[in-house]
Design a protein. Sequence first.
Length: 587
Amino acid sequence: MFMGVVMANESVEYTLTVTDANQHLAQVEIRLPILEAEQIELKLPVWRTGRYEILDLSKNISEFSVENSSAEALLWRKSDKNTWLVDNTTASGVTVRYTVYANMLKQRVAHIDDTHAFIDASGVFMFSPELRQQPLTVQLAVPGQWRSRSGMESIGEHQFKAKNYDQLVDSPIESGIHEFLEFTVADRLYEIIIWGRGNHDILKLKEAIDKIDQVATDLWQDFPFNRYVYMFHVGEGLRGATEHVNSTIIQQGRFNFAPRQDLLKVLATTAHEFIHTWNVKSYRPAGIAPYDYSKENYSSLYWMVEGSTSYYDDLFLLRAGIYKPKDYFERLAQGIQAHLNKPGRLISSVAASSFDTWLNNDRQFSHNNSVSIYLEGALKSWALDREIRARSQFKYSYDDVQRQLYQRFGGSQVGYTVQDVLAIVESLTDEDIGDFWADYIEGTKELDFNELLAFYGLEKVIDEESKTDNWLGLSMTSGSMGPEVANVNRDSPAWQAGLTVGDELLALDGLRVSVEHFDDYLQQLQAGQSYPLVFFRGEQIKTINITPVINPNPNFTIRPLAKPSRNQVRVFKDWTGRSLSSVSDES
Ligand SMILES: [Zn+2]
């Protein structure tokens, strides 16, 4: 046990030396300011912030050693997969050394090669739990022409300081040769760093970041930072992004930045990560505040963390004037369509799926038995927004909930609870929304999209042709042997016929099946009539009969109502910052 005395201002000193860039190897040295401790614990997180999945990052550690200030080796042993116990530590400090293998680029953990080093401390720098609140410094030994940047304050070339370990793990470092731009908006400094070559235009990113800042000002009226760093990794096969306290790491394919429709997806991600600066980095649910780095952090509110952020990312782009209304309506229609095509929505609530977000489910099983905290959370956020607007006679909205969460919990280590959210909503509406919460958040009651859209002055228009589309309820992919079933919807014709994931489709009604033209072929058939389907399951060839039905969820578009009421006009304006009457002119 730790029984030492540590001076509050004594820093933990981290040094990382790239020892073999080709093999993704670095040596880490940590000097701990420990006094008179009999035993200390060193831990590496088992997950990294922003990715709610156990990654067992200590698998990348080797050659651990530890010595005291007289350079005498100290005894140590591991007590579990991510904990090292060091005995007989003495009065004058301890130095820990180990090798780290940094080759987790796509997980945005750590990546070292001959062009750069990306370091999220979760996978690289150990910590002593007793010293978690100590200030610290980080020094990198990297090639001379590289530049190192991070959300942390720079205190020298390749050198940073942080107030504690929590800031360190939430401030990744990007070191290398980059495209770089810095600019200010109001009194805030923004930096854009791009590693990799692609079809991006850094000035277009700047322009969008500038506009997104304005929308954030309108919503929260305050910023938890005065400097923010956008880090981009651009490369083949890269996707996804992670939020951090005053920085983000966004990974994109090389050619994702044009044409406009592709760029809009990048910008939605950019807005998403930025919104997280408040929603999850500044205030977050109890259960993930403070972070426990050694195990899963449970909460039934992950849908507010990810789903509400997803709800706002598209809305931010619309409010910022980056989306035209029709871009927004398209995203919304796609989201509703994907929701309706997911049988899991009838089985699992968004609260239950939030709690289980750490489980890595089989794709088809989760498609049929759970919901996405992102998509479902966004739709439920939208419905909650409607609820607050309606019940407060249009005075308040979900924006006010976000603002109050920031005012009450921002920057603290105390997480908000379901009761806190309910109390905030009740203070805005003078009504108990327990019924809504039970039905739609903790329950699986179906949302009425016609009613929801109408509230905001919109309607859905079913695509005429799609009304008679045939449907089987399966999706396909190109497997190694040819067309393969990727997913089957519970209770669909494909499900009832006995098809499952991995079945290799050969022929339907006597003709070869291809992934590319399967849907065209399907539309040639008669709904309600049975057709022979030949496929391989493993080694065995099988023939079954399958009966297409008319698609229960035909495609649709969303448009403004032709004759909106005064309230609908008002809600749309409050919601988007746009006037409903001008929407059709902007298409
Ligand atoms: Zn997110």
